[in-house]
Design a protein around this ligand. Structure first.
Ligand code: GLU
Length: 481
């Protein structure tokens, strides 16, 4: 590649950040990093009615949480700022005016009703229903006449009448016929510039060389390429056109497009639900890309090293929440235990358990293999950090259970050294050898009495961590209950 790569992520801050956005950000970021280029994070907030500050903050937070760092953009600044479109309105007004002055765009005065009527007629005649170019060549007198009527014009870009062919980095050569790309609005009647103008203007001024984005934007590409050609004539940017790559759709349940509103699409849900950023990113990478045929767990660094946009699969990718969790579990197991402990602390705090890294150190080995998401840890080990547990009614001990717990209490009360091995030895002796019970019947009631649940991390290790006093008092409480 001749020029250094500059890629970008430029979401609109509406609603909660979603999975599709993160996939786009990841692929763009990995592309920039793979080529040793720059990554720009811009915010496209030109729609005051839909954009929100809250959504902006969430986008910044989630990008930081994911660890997709940017060289230029919001919060960090850079040579081509500002990086929020709401702060660049004078730039768009200037570009629109220069397009008008150069005859590359024009004012169109059609009313909504007139447009609808002509669209209908075109449709009935089997013709393309886009703008018919009626106000392309108005005389100054005609314009003055409409203005005198009080009509406010939109600005339309004059599409050159030709076919548009480009080489999509993911899909290969794509052609849009001239008849399918009509003159389009770049500035609303109220003066508000539209995405159609602001996005290519900023890509040009920010020196973006590669645009990677979702397939839903494919139809805007011929228009944007036409704008770049116009920009070259009026000196906006360096006169070049970026390359485009359109990432596959992400499908949800029932083979329909994953929507922003689907619960599994909410990115914050993954953070709050205990996903590791590296686990989630690994899964998102699989939505269209593979590192190798026989391997689907990898680090971000490995992705950067291997990422090849031409190997992205253009076919729709299916979002599989179970697989996403399983991949996260693989990353949990890859963490150093101390690292896992550090990352677990906020999830304990979130359920009101105040624990330190030192306090978690003995617990981590019991649970690291057993969880897919971090929120499972406090759920599984709550009994270790609270004073008392309550036993749900359906697990209340029957007479046989009481006999077991009584025998366990006696044996453990008499135990000298309190270690996993000594606890195991004494319980096996008292319950299996002396009472002649099968392991499940022997240890089940002890587990329920001590943890309040039928499922727990390994029992003997857990009792060692819980300590002698709490263990004995819980066994006693279960007998009294
Ligand atoms: N703001 C646009 C969006 O969120 C960006 C589209 C693009 O990447 O060109 O859809």
């Amino acid at each position: 590649m001749s020029k250094p790569v500059v890629a970008r992520f430029c979401p609109s801050p509406t609603g909660n950040p979603h999975v599709g956005m993160a996939r786009t950000a990841l692929f763009s970021w990995a592309f920039a990093r793979h080529h040793g280029g720059r990554f720009v994070f811009r915010i496209e907030d030109t729609d005051a009615a839909r954009d929100s500050e809250e959504s902006y903050d969430l986008l910044v937070d989630v990008m930081r949480w994911l660890g997709l760092d940017w060289d230029e953009g919001v919060e960090v600044g850079g040579p081509n700022g500002p990086y929020r479109q709401s702060e660049r309105m004078d730039i768009y007004a200037d570009v629109a005016q220069r397009l008008l002055d150069a005859g590359l765009a024009y004012k169109a005065y059609d009313t909504e009703a007139e447009l609808a009527e002509r669209r209908e007629a075109a449709r009935a005649a089997g013709k393309p229903s886009g703008y018919d170019g009626l106000h392309r060549d108005l005389t100054p007198e005609q314009q003055a006449g409409y203005e005198a009527e009080g009509r406010q014009p939109v600005v339309r870009f004059k599409m050159p009448a030709k076919d548009w062919t480009f080489n999509d980095l993911v899909r290969g050569e794509i052609t849009f016929g001239a008849e399918n790309v009509q003159d389009f609005v770049i500035v609303r009647a109220n003066g508000q510039p539209l995405y159609t103008l602001t996005n290519p203007t900023d890509d040009a001024l920010m020196g973006i060389t590669h645009v990677l984005r979702g397939e839903d934007l494919l139809s805007s590409t011929p228009r944007q390429i036409a704008l770049y050609e116009a920009f070259a004539q009026i000196g906006v940017g360096d006169g070049s056109t970026p390359e485009f790559g359109h990432l596959p759709y992400v499908m949800g349940e029932g083979n329909r497009k994953l929507s922003k509103r689907d619960p599994e699409s909410n990115l914050l849900g993954y953070r709050d639900g205990g996903f590791l950023p590296e686990g989630l990113l690994n899964y998102l990478a699989l939505l269209g890309w593979a590192i190798a045929d026989d391997r689907d767990v990898f680090s971000l660094a490995e992705m950067v090293e291997a990422f090849d946009i031409s190997r992205v699969n253009p076919n729709p990718a299916r979002f599989d929440a179970k697989k996403c969790e399983a991949i996260n579990g693989d990353h949990v197991r890859l963490l150093a235990p101390e690292d896992l402990a550090t990352r677990l602390i906020p999830y304990y705090a979130a359920v009101g358990i105040d624990v330190s890294e030192a306090g978690l150190a003995p617990v981590v080995p019991l649970i690291q293999e057993r969880m897919a998401v971090l929120t499972e840890a406090p759920a599984m080990t709550r009994f270790l950090f609270v004073d008392d547990v309550s036993i749900p009614a359906e697990l209340a001990l029957d007479d046989a259970g009481r006999d077991v717990v009584r025998a366990a209490h006696g044996a453990l009360d008499a135990l000298g050294e309190w270690t996993t091995e000594s606890i195991e030895g004494s319980l096996r002796g008292a319950l299996i050898d002396e009472l002649g019970l099968k392991p499940r019947l022997a240890f089940g009631p002890v587990r329920v009495a001590v943890t309040g649940s039928r499922i727990s991390p390994p029992l003997f290790e857990s009792l060692e961590i819980l300590g002698r006093d709490k263990t004995l008092s819980r066994l006693a409480a279960a007998l009294a209950g």
